[in-house]
Design a protein around this ligand. Structure first.
Ligand SMILES: [Zn+2]
Length: 201
């Protein structure tokens, strides 16, 4: 037992043990891994329960997505909005699809949940429409904010090393597009979405 929680998912983990050299197998051994050189695995901290609240956990009053004080919305209709991530990316496109209402995936009303599949397709098609993109990655993580936000990343065509789940790491370490190009590409994505409804911001 750790802190009274069940140890079912904890007992096999090296909690509190020192950082260890990594043997190079698994993801750090992939051709798509962006880092080189000797690696160590960080020491694993003990679980913290209850977990610290996410942004917006108390409701829309404390939600950065509902307030949109940073004006990140690039397109919206009555129920959905597409937002950027706050600044230029290295990869061609990084955007987030969010419901207008303050819902997480598990609390989306049935009408909104039914719209999600078509919205995923619309966003992928809008990103592909800017050209030069081979694949659109989509993911739901949600550890930072309680308001549902689905990530989309467009991978530039032809870069074998950028294939797969390490794309997010590459985007972090590669040089970013300049602000003018980044905003122009976001506008192209927003306009492609608006062709089937909604408004460009
Ligand atoms: Zn919200």
């Amino acid at each position: 037992m750790i802190g009274g929680m069940t140890d079912r998912f904890v007992r096999h983990l090296p909690v509190g043990e020192p950082s260890t050299p990594f043997d190079g197998s698994g993801i750090p051994g992939w051709d798509t891994f962006p880092f080189d050189g000797d690696l160590r695995v960080r020491s694993l901290d003990p679980p913290v329960l209850p977990e610290p609240p996410r942004n917006g956990e108390d409701g829309p009053e404390s939600c950065m997505i509902c307030k949109d004080e940073t004006a990140r919305t690039v397109w919206a209709d009555e129920h959905w909005m597409l937002r950027h991530a706050g600044g230029p990316s290295a990869v061609p496109v990084v955007v987030l699809l969010c419901p207008i209402g303050h819902y997480d995936l598990g609390t989306l009303p049935p009408e909104r949940a039914a719209e999600l599949g078509p919205m995923l397709q619309r966003v992928e098609r809008a990103i592909m429409s800017v050209g030069g993109i081979a694949r659109v990655h989509a993911s739901k993580i949600g550890d930072g904010a309680a308001h549902l936000h689905l990530w989309f990343m467009g991978r530039p065509a032809g870069f074998e090393q950028l294939r797969g789940s390490c794309l997010v790491l590459w985007d972090d370490v590669l040089p970013k597009q300049d602000e003018t190009q980044w905003r122009a590409v976001l506008a192209e994505v927003a306009e492609a979405l608006a062709a089937d409804g909604g408004t460009v911001y």
